[in-house]
Ligand binder design. Structure first.
Ligand code: FPP
Length: 252
């Protein structure tokens, strides 16, 4: 990598960088169709883009990246595409794990992993265990993830504690709900980026993104490169995050 590209661009203030970035990688299929390729080629290219973005976040000092790889609704896609994605996840873990580990990436998979192919589940568990103590960057991949499903399972777990007499309902507060989400130990995202011109949350991190800044771009995910990411960060640094209060600046 060219030394200049690996450094934080001079017009970005390091103290105002988002700590945690969430991404909805949209537009793989449309990008592929535009190139005269099958949709799956878009996912393959999208995976390369994600790898590049992860490296860029690490180079530029961003501590957490969370990517929406497969939603609870994505099972509705044609079987061949779902099968392809499952196989792609598995191949990517197999191919990239050693290098990510060397680079200090801590990997977590969030979502209901239980309906995924067993061999994929095993690779996911193995990659999480192997990288659990790494500290360069946290990389969370949401697979079979749905924000409503996540909040529902948290409620169910809390209700069970109450039913068993282990929890007083008066002690149920926002903190307790947060602790029962898949993202327990992950800070809330500061910035969400969604590509391809779609302007929706699509059931992603609904609880966690109450105060997240949102950036939409028309660029299709496979073309979201360092310079597109740079633009997103420039926009973010111009925002005035108030968290419901008045006049708090990003650096506050
Ligand atoms: C959305 O584009 C993309 C997906 C549903 C799949 C994203 C998955 C990857 C890029 C692979 C990542 C792999 C790992 C292990 C993290 P779309 O198909 O909805 O595009 P369209 O809106 O143009 O149809």
């Amino acid at each position: 990598m060219n030394k200049l590209l690996s450094q934080l661009p001079a017009d970005l203030a390091p103290e105002k960088l988002p700590q945690h970035i969430a991404i909805i990688m949209d537009g793989n299929g449309r990008w592929a169709t535009q190139q005269g390729l099958p949709r799956i080629a878009g996912h393959r290219q999208g995976a390369k883009t994600l790898k590049e973005l992860l490296r860029c976040c690490k180079d530029w000092g961003i501590k957490v990246l969370t990517a929406y790889a497969f939603s609870t609704e994505n099972w509705r896609r044609p079987t061949e595409e779902v099968d392809f994605l499952m196989l792609l996840f598995e191949k990517l873990i197999h191919r990239e794990l050693a290098q990510m580990h060397r680079e200090g990436v801590k990997i977590s998979f969030i979502g209901d992993l239980s309906p995924l192919p067993k061999s994929l589940q095993q690779k996911m568990q193995h990659s999480m265990l192997e990288t659990a103590n790494n500290q360069a960057i946290e990389f969370n991949v949401a697979v079979n993830y749905g924000g409503r499903q996540e909040i529902t399972q948290a409620c169910r777990h809390i209700a069970e504690l109450v039913q068993r007499g282990e929890l007083n309902p008066e002690l149920i507060n926002e903190n307790l709900i947060t602790q029962n989400l898949y993202t327990t130990s992950i800070p809330e995202p500061d910035l969400l980026i969604r590509t391809s011109g779609e302007m929706r949350l699509s059931n992603f991190l609904l609880w966690q993104m109450a105060y997240t800044e949102i950036y939409f771009t028309d660029t299709f995910w496979p073309e979201f490169d360092r310079s597109a990411f740079h633009q997103a960060l420039l926009h973010y640094q111009k925002r005035n995050r108030r968290f419901g209060s008045i006049n708090l600046t990003l650096s506050a």
